[in-house]
Design a protein around this ligand. Structure first.
Ligand SMILES: [Zn+2]
Ligand SMILES: [Zn+2]
Length: 120
């Protein structure tokens, strides 16, 4: 019998590092499956977030997130610092002065200086 929903046991299995080494990936069934603890999974999640957003350019805090699920910004190229409430561009490090939907740093970076004075 197969489960209706394809599942990937490997991402939640204690033995994943060993299996990876021998080239076993994304198993749906496995005799050596050992579920990882919830704490472990939360830690792994945190790690992913850190890798994605990095530390805050203003205060250096690691307590950051990208804004993919931010109800206001909804943009995974924008980082948000939970420590000092700073929003910044993950691609170039530009710090936004506020937060609004669809904001991006592109116009600020590429508009020539003369024009920039007119815009701002
Ligand atoms: Zn910060
Ligand atoms: Zn940017």
């Amino acid at each position: 019998m197969k489960n209706e929903e394809p599942t990937n046991l490997c991402t939640t299995c204690e033995n994943m590092p060993e299996c990876l080494e021998v080239g076993i990936l994304e198993r749906e069934t496995c005799n050596d499956y050992e579920p990882r603890s919830l704490d472990d999974l939360v830690e792994a999640d945190k790690f992913v977030n850190e890798v994605m957003a990095g530390s805050c350019p203003r205060c250096g805090s690691e307590n950051t997130n990208d804004c993919e699920v931010d109800s206001l910004v909804e943009d995974n190229t924008v980082g948000y610092c939970l420590n000092c409430a700073t929003y910044w561009c993950l691609e170039c490090g530009h710090i936004f002065k506020g937060a609004k939907k669809g904001m991006e740093c592109y116009p600020i970076r590429f508009v020539p200086n003369v024009l920039q004075k007119m815009v701002t």
